[in-house]
Write a protein that binds this ligand. Sequence first.
Ligand SMILES: C[S@@+](CC[C@H](N)C(=O)[O-])C[C@H]1O[C@@H](n2cnc3c(N)ncnc32)[C@H](O)[C@@H]1O
Length: 348
Amino acid sequence: MNPVLDQIKFMSKIVGLGRVLSMRKKHAEGLKYVRGYVATTCFWSLLNNGLLDEIREKGSVEIKDFAERRGLALGALGSICEYLDGIKVIRYMHGRCSLVPGGKTLLEEPRGLFDLLYGYEPVLREIENLLKREKTYGKDVWRRGDAVARGSGELGRQFPFLAVRELVFSNGFRRVLDIGCGDLEFLFLLCERPDIACFGIDNDARALECAQRRLKQSDLRDRITVTLGDMFEVEDVATRFRGIDAITAIDVFHEYLLAGPDKVIDLLSAFRRHFPEAHLVVAEFFKLPHKWLRRIPTVTLEHHLLHALTNQVILPIGEWIEVFEKSGYRIVEKKLIHAIGHGYFVLK
Ligand SMILES: C[S@@+](CC[C@H](N)C(=O)[O-])C[C@H]1O[C@@H](n2cnc3c(N)ncnc32)[C@H](O)[C@@H]1O
């Protein structure tokens, strides 16, 4: 008898054919989620060790040689490669790895998703302890700031930075102060237009170090300056940066909403007072109604969850508008992209 038929017959004898078929279907449903976790974890392990980039550069890499050069456990590396070969992310044959189309795609636009999620991995790992109140975010558990910055930079470059840049260009702003400038990616994009001068401030020493390193390696050193600065020190910031046409702030304000909107309202009012000539260009995520996300479960579901677990408040669009208006700003332009729950505003 055909050995597969023989196996089905044997299983049917034990649990019944109907049960075999229904179990198979249900396990396939569970496997979708379980595999997502295992695949992501294995993908990170190769991405973070540089193997995937080396494969991309060279076409293929010998695993034994790579493990020796990096001091990695060859057995574990081989198993990970075999697994990712099985789910068709890479090809692993005769000790060499290469990329297949599925894996190549993951290293393109979706790479930012993997990096961003890696930033939040410590939070997901502790989710049970957070749930049981045995640990607290910000005290016992932290996201990985560098991976978050890398991931949001990669994703930002695909659309949000281009959207804010469009608002800067179309309004003719030439001297731009970017607050919470992160790794400077947005200002690099702005400088593609030769008549723009940019200033970036960030209050995070690691972000600043990364920004300064990137600036040093670029040819934009005479067009961009980046310094340590706290946006809440508005008077000091206004003294240091004069003649600014626009202040840009991409995903910065939502970090200060935990105790309510007053802190951000006061900050924006101070911007208006100290930069009376400048426009304020803001990009912020807005909360999408759960009813909407149930119907169209976009990546905003993960975004809302990870922000909620890390005490970052995402306001519904109506509340953002209230914050702007209460601070005295008038909305000159507003663009909302519901697919990613991101809004772009020019305020005066
Ligand atoms: C979510 S990141 C966004 C970074 C960058 N704008 C982007 O879109 O890639 C928020 C940034 O704001 C900075 N930031 C937070 N509070 C700040 C403050 N009080 N003054 C200046 N920068 C601040 C953080 O260090 C971080 O780099």
